[in-house]
Design a protein around this ligand. Structure first.
Ligand code: SME
Length: 155
């Protein structure tokens, strides 16, 4: 799994190299990640709404229909946005305030994406299995999110 992550992250960074649009970077990452791992059921980004910086709005994703907006502090994504910390949740049904966009999701990892030190988005990956995400998923996705917006100039 670690090798697959290394390969797909390399591929993502090669595809987005020189691309100023953050949206294009998010879309390419969501596509390639969801293709690389069978247990990725929903893969995408919630971006900080430029008109309301206390709310996330859905961005590029692969999967079933996602909720459109998530206030900071709500659910797994809102908790990650507020705390600026990765949330790795083995059973989302036990997470207080979890937002069920699709009842088939059972575990989830959410990683903050910073740009010039400010929160730009969160990467959200959901799985239909319980406890799908381990420390390898976390370490590799955190690395991707650290570098994904390097060189991005616009949202
Ligand atoms: N379950 C997430 C909401 C996003 S969807 O799963 C796509 C949450 O609690 O933040």
């Amino acid at each position: 799994k670690a090798n697959t992550y290394d390969d797909v992250i390399k591929q993502i960074l090669a595809v987005v190299d020189g691309e100023p649009s953050a949206t294009a970077r998010y879309a390419s990452a969501a596509c390639l990640l969801s293709e690389a791992f069978d247990y990725y059921f929903w893969t995408g980004f919630y971006v900080v709404d430029p008109l309301n910086k206390q709310e996330l709005v859905v961005g590029p994703y692969q999967g079933t229909l996602g909720c459109l907006r998530i206030p900071f502090g709500r659910g797994v994504c809102g908790t990650s946005a507020q705390s600026l910390k990765t949330q790795r949740i083995d059973d989302v049904h036990k997470f207080p305030g979890h937002i069920a966009c699709d009842s088939r999701s059972n575990s989830e990892i959410v990683v903050p994406v910073l740009h010039h030190g400010l929160l730009a988005a969160v990467l959200d990956v959901d799985s239909t299995e319980f406890a799908s995400f381990d420390s390898i998923d976390q370490e590799k996705l955190e690395f991707l999110c650290e570098v994904l917006l390097e060189g991005a100039m616009q949202h």
